[in-house]
Every structure is written in C-alpha cells, then in structure tokens.
Ligand binder design. Structure first.
Ligand code: NOJ
Length: 763
C-alpha cells in the first residue's frame, strides 16, 4: 500500500521533468514536499482538502466513495473500525494525486475502554492517571484505524448549568492547563508518526465554557483580562505541548463568532502563540454564521471563515459550494486557500500518512475479528484511574468503609444502569461491557454479605424531560422508565432498607443530563429521587449516597441528611468496581474537586479564584453592604480542591527559604504532611499564591502547584515547592505578562479554603 501512494506521486512528478526522480528526497523534507504537492493541485482539489465529512450524516456512503475518489474530501469522522476506514482510504487513493485522508473521532475519555468523564479525570489531580487515560485511548483508537481525536476539551467551566461542564476538567486555569498538556502528550506519544499515536485537536477554541447563563451555544462576552488570565491558558498549554489541531468553537466572542474571528484564529493563535497546525471548525459552524447574522449568505460565510483562518470545515457544505468560485472571482486570494491546504497536508504529513496511508488501518488480514472483544479492553487501567477519580464529600461517624459481612440495601436508578456508567461522549464504549455498582457490590460481597437491590425511583418522573433525553440519543432510547407508580417503587426500596445495616443510594443524573445541549436551570437531584431519599432517611438506617452526575449539584439536603456522600461522576467501564473498592475500603479515596459546588443555582458563578472586591463578604462578620446573598449561607458548599480520605492528614504551616525575592532568584516553600490516621492514603498538597497589591485587580488566590502524596499510617514527609518570578506573573491592563514588585502570600492546604499562609515580597 505504501508503494501505491509513493508510486502515484512519482508518476505525477515525472510529468514535470524538473522534478522527476526527486520524490523520495522530497518526502523527507516536509515543507518542500507540501509545496510541490500544492503546486500540482487544481483549485477543486485544494478545496477538497478543506472538507471534513461526517460518516453516515453528511452524505450516503456510495456518494462518499465517489467524492473521495474525485479528491473532494480531506478527512472524515465517525467511522471507527479499520474495516470501515480501509475502503474509504482506498477510495481517496484512487484520486488523481492519491492524497490520503485522515480519520477523526470524539475519543474524549476513552475509546473501547471508557475512563471517567473529564471532571472525574480532573478529580484525580494525578497526571499519571490522566496520562494513562490518554495513552490507552490513543492505543485503542489508533488500533481501530483512527488518526485524530477531537480532544482534549479544555474549556474552563464556572457555570455548572452548562451540560458540557462534564466533558472538561473544571474551573481552574492551572489544573486544566496541566491536564491539557498531559493529555496532548499522552495522545500524541513520542511522535505523531508512530502507528499508536493520535493527533490531538484541542477544543473548543475559545471560551466555550463561558456561554452566558450556562446555556449551550449562547454568546460569550468577556474582558480581555479575564480571557487571558482565566480562560485561554489551557488552550495555550495544549498548543505548547504540540497539539496538531485546534477545533474552533461554536460560540461568539465579544460579538464575533469564533469561526469568523480573525483576531482569534490569526492574531492570537498563529501570530502570538505560534500555532502551526490545522484549525477545524466545529460541526457546521460555518453555515451558522448565517444564523448569527454576520453573513448574508453561504458565499459570504465561506469567505469570512477562510479569511479568518479556519482551515477545515467540519460537516462541510459551504466550502465545497463556494470556495472555488470565490477564488475565481478574485474575492478570496488563492494564497489564503493555499495556506489552509498546507495546514491540512501538514497534519497528514505529521501523522505519517504520506509515508503510509494505512499506518493505523493496517492489513485486512490483521483486523480484529471482533472490535468489541473483551481482550481489547484495558480494564485494570480503567479501574485504577476510576478509583482515583472518586471524591469523598462526607463521612459521618466513619460510616464508610462498609463491612463486607453485613446486609446492604442498594437502591436508586443509577445502581444498575450500564449506559450511565459510560457518561457522555463515550466513543466506542459498549454499555454492556461496563460494570455497574450492583454487579460490583455483589461480586465484592460474594457469599459473606447480602445485597438487596431495589430501583426505588426513576431518574425523573417528568415525561417531557425523559422525551428530551431520549431524543438526544435517538438510535437507542437510554432513559428507560420503570412503569410502576413512584410510591410502589419507594415502598420496595424502604422495605429493602429496613432489612439492611446500611443503605447505599446511587442517585444523580442520567448521562444525557450532562451532555452537549443539556443545560439545566436547577442543579437539584430530580424530584423523583429526592422523594426516594427522604423516605430512606426516615428508616433511620445509615444512608450513603453514591452520586453519579456530570456537574456540581446542589447538595444541601444531602449534606444535612446523608451519613456519607461519594461523588463518582460517570466513572466508566470499570466504574462499578472502582466505587465498590472505595465503599468497602479496598481503596482509600483520594480525589479532590476540580470545581466548586455552589449551594444553590442562584449563587452561580461560584469559583475560588474570584477577583478581589472592594466590599468582600467576610465569613462570620457579614455586615450590610458586603458582596453576598442574604437569604442563604455564602461561599461554596464544597470548595475547589476539597475531598476527604479514610485517614487523616495534618499539614504544617509553610516555611519559606527567604522573605524577600529578587528577580532571577527562587524561593523554596516547605511543608510537612503527616498521615495522622490509621490507614494508608493519598492526598493532594495544594499551593496557592495571592498577590496582595497590583496595578490591576487580582484573584483572591490562584493555584500554582500541587503534589499528590501517598503515605502509610503514621508516616510523614516534607513536601517542597519552588517559586520564582514566573509564578508571580500576570496580565496587566496592557495585556503584558509582568510580575510587579510588592507583597504576596503563599497559601498551602489540602483544599482551596483551609489554608495556612506566609508572606513574602518580590523586590
Ligand atoms: C460537536 C461538538 O461540539 C464537538 O465537541 C464534537 O467534537 C463535534 N460535534 C464532532 O462530533
């Protein structure tokens, strides 16, 4: 196959005598190779390279083969097996210049093996765990013939009404940037050319997480200062880590849709950040320029997008319809199209597709007989990562861990729901291959203990909501209602509870409730489940909540009434085992929240790194005329960085190696962490910096470093951090990155609020 492509290119070069015989050399020289290819392309072939087509959605398969063979398509997405991809690549190689296509897919938190959703991965605060999820995803997806993933999704989210909060890594620029970098490196591996690497297309550029009111696809209006300080760093981190592609967001930014935003795609991304990869629109966003009302017709939309710097059009119609004519009419310079084509060809080159178009598709004789074979899964890795993603929010009277010898009443609509274990964007994950909590607890108890299961409630009794959630997943309705009356289901659960030593209630959201286009107006556990919880509480039995959800929920009732609360997000293929490991004490929970939990929807946005205020609310000394809501307690219910363990840790006050720091010097911060409890366990030492006075208003604190440490019972360790001028830099009013002289505070703690501080000066 390799030969076939090369021979084709040589044949073409032989038609141009000056180039005859030079192809092998040219192939090793990326810029020269691409230049010569672009020189040979017709305008129509160039436009073809800029079109990314969705398999199954954008055109019938027969037409797809024709269009590929005509050189009218640059890449496809949504076909996910070698067997499906091979004939498409065959068709592309029948085109005049035999330019291979690439295959992309949303491999967001796993491919065949599903890892916890983004919020869960972020809750590990463990870059090794994040890297494992990324690497396994790349290994599995590339083994299915895929070249690119539409990930990582690094949109900062401070409004949990937004359903896509689930996909991202939370609210903090530093933590999300660390994860962005780790994910890109894990997907792309040592070299993109390796057959087991995937090109990362970081998304959604930019600021998608800040849609107004948390309503999906809504506008984004934001000051430049806030953008640079809080929302842009994770995209930048992904790009600095070498992400080969950038997906351009669906939203507007200060009045200009991202897809037509020259400042975003040229000035910032290319000129300031030096990005040299390919930009790809999100699904159909170029045609949405009409609905945004910035283009009068499709022709103008195509012109705006290509001129703004949008190379590839996902689910394209408009580039195909208008670009060639726009160039012929002199309305779009050929150089603009040529540059976009170079980026697409460059990505293919980097992926090794010109060297071997079947690099990831392989030989038919080596295709896996069964793509979903058990042997293709990485269960142990999924279980290890999932265990680390669980966050213990409450544990009164050490109700957890549970004994394996007692009787457990396991109730709730999520206790045995395979599909919900997967979470949103579950790629090639198969629901029946997931382990539910019911299966895992049964397995863990064996014949020593007894498990009584009762569903207790439907996810919701709101028929309209069910219809909406099932419409989202039209091929296979996911929210399947138990037809029994709510009272009867609750009565069954209560009957189970009264026979048990402890109740474990698996409640929260169905996976579709935290998804694209699933914005909510409330963060409550749905009413049907609340009624179940209240009835269970009345039994007087210890009540353990296992939450499954893709956003912070309002947990006021739960906090006041449950004996233990374990936040499990949607924890993936091995989620059930991971949760059972924690419930029964086979794994000591170590997860920390990557996002604040507000007390009510009215408190949104609640995030720890808020800018300083002139009239801040002071806990315990509220007074009038301070920034607060007067009807309820202020501040988050559970803060960023928070999470309990079965053991207890003590942390000493930070010691600084110097009280005053000159530029070019560094300062060492040291704390002693001690496991003062009775179990081995891990926690995360978090270091925040607070800039006490500056030329612009600064956040009250910012995470600057963290370390996850595991200690045996009684063990202690000194933990060191080093700070220098770079850690003190921020964007000033002129958007220059500066560190200004003056006083700073180092804050160290095991969450963002309970911290101990020390001051120092930058001279
Ligand atoms: C739309 C989503 O916004 C994006 O995240 C995804 O990658 C594309 N569709 C492709 O599926």
């Amino acid at each position: 196959m390799k030969q076939r492509c090369l021979l084709g290119l040589i044949a073409v070069s032989m038609a141009v005598p000056a180039l005859a015989g030079k192809m092998p050399i040219v192939l090793d020289d990326k810029p020269a190779f691409i230049e010569r290819l672009v020189e040979r392309m017709t305008l129509q072939e160039k436009v073809g390279q800029l079109r990314l087509i969705s398999i199954g959605a954008d055109m019938p398969r027969e037409r797809l083969a024709e269009e590929l063979a005509a050189g009218n398509i640059g890449g496809t997405f949504n076909s996910v097996t070698r067997r499906d991809n091979r004939p498409l690549q065959d068709a592309a190689l029948r085109s005049r210049l035999q330019i291979p296509i690439f295959f992309a897919y949303d491999v967001v938190h796993g491919h065949r093996t599903i890892f916890p959703i983004g919020l869960g991965l972020a809750s590990t605060w463990d870059m090794q765990a994040v890297a494992t999820a990324g690497r396994v995803s790349a290994i599995e997806a590339s083994a299915d013939g895929l070249d690119m993933t539409f990930a990582p999704m690094v949109d900062i989210a401070r409004d949990p009404r937004w359903g896509r909060t689930s996909e991202g890594f939370g609210e903090d620029p530093y933590l999300v940037s660390e994860i962005a970098r780790t994910m890109v490196q894990a997907y792309q591996g040592e070299s993109l050319r390796e057959p087991d690497s995937l090109m990362a297309s970081v998304k959604h550029f930019a600021l998608y997480g800040a849609v107004e009111g948390g309503r999906d696809y809504n506008v984004v209006d934001m000051s430049s200062l806030r953008m640079h300080q809080d929302y842009l760093p994770p995209y930048r981190a992904a790009i600095d880590a070498g992400a080969g592609a950038v997906m351009v967001a669906l939203n507007t930014i200060n009045g200009v849709p991202a897809s037509a935003n020259r400042w975003l795609l040229r000035d910032l991304l290319r000129d300031d950040w030096g990005f040299s990869g390919v930009t790809i629109s999100d699904h159909g966003t170029i045609s949405e320029l009409l609905r945004h009302g910035v283009a009068a017709d499709g022709r103008e939309a195509a012109k705006l997008a290509i001129e703004a710097g949008l190379d590839m059009s996902m689910a394209d119609s408009l580039y195909g319809q208008h670009l060639a004519e726009l160039v012929q009419a002199g309305d779009v310079p050929m150089q603009v199209v040529d540059q976009a084509v170079r980026e697409v060809l460059g990505a293919k080159y980097d992926l090794g597709l010109f060297h071997d178009p079947y690099r990831r598709i392989g030989q038919a004789s080596e295709d896996p007989p069964e793509v979903n074979a058990e042997s293709r899964l990485h269960r142990q890795a999924a279980r290890d990562v999932a265990r680390q993603s669980l966050v213990l929010l409450e544990n009164r009277n050490a109700v957890l861990p549970l004994e394996k010898t007692g009787t457990v009443a396991l109730v709730g609509p999520l206790a045995d729901s395979h599909i919900d274990m997967l979470g949103s964007w579950s790629a090639g994950g198969v629901a029946t291959q997931t382990v539910t909590l019911r299966q895992a607890m049964q397995h863990a108890l064996g014949d020593q203990g007894r498990l009584i299961h009762a569903r207790g409630a439907n996810i919701t009794d709101d028929a309209q909501m069910v219809e909406y959630l099932n419409f989202l997943n039209w091929d296979n309705p996911e929210v399947v209602q138990d037809p029994r009356p709510a009272d009867e289901m609750i009565a069954e659960a209560v009957a189970a509870a009264v026979q048990a030593d402890v109740i474990v209630a698996a409640v929260g959201e169905s996976r579709g409730m935290s998804h694209e286009s699933s914005s909510r107006t409330t963060l409550q556990i749905p009413a049907s489940q609340q009624a179940l919880l209240r009835a269970l509480k009345e039994t007087g039995k210890p009540l353990v909540l296992v939450l499954m959800n893709g956003r912070p929920l309002n947990l006021g009732w739960a906090q006041a009434n449950a004996d233990a609360i374990l936040e499990t997000w949607f924890s993936g293929t091995e989620g059930g085992h991971a949760i059972a490991d924690v419930l029964f004490g086979d794994y000591n929970p170590s997860g920390k929240l990557p996002i604040s939990f507000p007390r009510s929807v009215g408190q949104i946005p609640t995030y720890y790194n808020h800018p300083r205020l002139g009239r801040p609310f002071v806990e315990g000394n509220p007074g009038n005329y301070t920034s607060q809501y007067f009807e309820e307690k202020n501040g988050p219910l559970y803060p960023f960085g928070y999470g309990l363990s079965y053991t207890k840790f003590s942390l000493s006050a930070p010691q600084l190696s110097r009280a005053s720091l000159a530029r070019g010097e560094s300062l060492d911060v040291s704390v002693t962490l001690k496991n003062v409890g009775e179990h081995e366990g891990a926690t995360v030492v978090q270091l925040y910096i607070s800039d006490l006075s500056a030329s612009v208003v600064r956040p009250v604190k910012q995470l600057k470093a963290f370390r996850k440490i595991r200690l045996a019972a009684g063990e202690q360790r000194q933990v060191g951090f080093r700070i220098d001028e770079n850690d003190l830099k921020f964007f000033n009013a002129q958007l220059q990155q500066v560190a200004e002289a003056g006083a700073f505070e180092v804050q160290v703690g095991l969450d963002s609020q309970a911290v101990q501080t020390q001051r120092f000066e930058l001279r």
